[in-house]
Write a protein of this length. Structure first.
Length: 393
């Protein structure tokens, strides 16, 4: 039988059985509208309230600070546009972010730039970390918001969030973090870590797709992104996705309860994979080795095209991703790999393998069995590799 290894957990994850079990009643007989007055509606509302408490509990927030959205992208858009538009009325039209954010943040910034906002995109270190000093130095009188992602989705590096939040608060600036990759993988406490707004998404933590949440600290008022009915305290209209929200909360509860134990198991597999892959000549690990997500492996192989690598891995039943051009639907290689200083041709040869709790050491060993052969085959056909070898002589 052909082996199948899913090693793309940063792209999306599988819904687990307990999550599906928790969702099913709300997709079948529990179809009531949570705004309806009769008991079928009230039951849905109860499930919604309970989910809100669970999500808040996982973050150290209060239930009234949690607003459900259609996912991480919506939460990012809402947080950033919302704060920007509120603060613009007070004459603050400067926003700070980093060059290697998710496109849900960067493209939101592009939209705001067209509206007349000024955006500072901070650089990151070659290890893929935002420097707290850079954040401090970039804050001005007219800065409305700082938004820095908690953990990078490509190279997995974990940012000094509490320190960045502290600097923001010392200078009286609001702080948002896109924590889509971090929630469930690292312990988060929004109060202790000085976070004012935080985005999360269900499908990155074994919950369903199309549901997420935005934490908005009490006292912060931002305009609606979606206008309509009175759902989510009249802040986010649309009949609630009860099943999705219950699924998100169930997934978060499971994820947040076992972080330490799961992280140490996944880290062991990650390190085995990194050490094994680094045996291949002329490759490098992207992103800080220590300050990275438990499941993230990102390695660039010289003289290889990421797209071809992925196709060969798929032939062998391995799902992975790459910082190569074609996979992103543009001609440029990953903005994250460029941000950490990789030359274009090296960025093109990068491979991201993201492990999760359902991977096994056998999966890792299978990947280590397949990848070196594929790299060798691709290099044998590559004019770029020929040139690299020729230069060495
Ligand atoms: C996946 C992801 C998003 C987008 O979340 P969706 O729920 O898919 O919209 C945003 N930010 C980061 C860092 C992500 O990894």
């Amino acid at each position: 039988m052909k082996k199948f290894v899913y090693a793309d957990n940063a792209a999306t994850t599988k819904i687990t059985q307990p999550v599906l079990d928790a969702m099913l009643p709300w997709l079948t007989e529990g179809y009531g509208n949570a705004s309806s007055i009769y008991s079928k509606g009230r039951e849905a509302l109860k499930a919604l309230n309970s989910a809100r408490e669970t999500v808040a509990g996982c973050l150290g927030a209060k239930p009234e600070e949690i607003f459900f959205t259609s996912g991480g992208s919506e939460a990012d858009n809402w947080a950033i546009k919302g704060v920007a538009h509120t603060m613009a009325k007070k004459g603050k039209k400067h926003l700070i972010t980093s060059v290697f954010e998710h496109h849900a943040v960067l493209h939101t910034m592009d939209a705001l730039r067209k509206e007349g906002f000024e955006i500072t995109e901070l650089p990151v270190t070659p290890q893929g970390l935002v420097r707290v000093e850079d954040v401090a130095a970039a804050i001005r009188e007219d800065t409305a918001l700082v938004t820095i992602m908690y953990a990078n989705n490509e190279i997995g590096t974990i940012q000094p969030i509490a320190e960045i939040g502290k600097v923001c608060h010392e200078k009286g600036v609001l702080f948002h973090t896109d924590a889509v990759q971090a929630v469930g993988n690292v312990p988060i406490d929004v109060k202790e870590q000085n976070i004012d707004l935080l985005s999360l998404s269900g499908h990155k933590l074994h919950g369903p797709k199309g549901v997420g949440a935005l934490y908005i600290r009490r006292g912060i008022v931002i305009p609606n992104l979606i206008d309509g009915g009175a759902q989510e305290k009249s802040k986010r209209a649309g009949t609630e996705n009860v099943a999705g929200i219950v699924g998100l909360a169930t997934a978060m509860e499971i994820a947040c309860n076992g972080i330490e134990e799961r992280a140490s198991k996944v880290k062991q597999m990650r390190d085995r994979l990194i050490d094994g892959l680094l045996q291949i000549p002329r490759c490098r690990l992207n992103g800080d080795r220590e300050r990275r997500l438990p499941g993230n492996v990102n390695i660039s192989f010289e003289g290889v095209e990421g797209e071809s690598l992925l196709l060969w891995l798929d032939q062998n039943g391995i799902c992975a991703s790459s910082g190569s051009a074609c996979t992103s639907g543009s001609l440029d290689p990953s903005h994250v790999l460029i941000a950490i200083g990789l030359p274009h041709e090296v960025a093109h040869g990068s491979l991201r393998l993201t492990l999760g709790e359902f991977n096994t050491t056998e999966d890792v060993d299978y990947i280590l069995e397949v990848v070196p052969g594929v790299i060798e085959k691709l290099r044998a056909m590559s004019p770029l590799w020929e040139r690299i070898i020729a230069q060495e002589k």
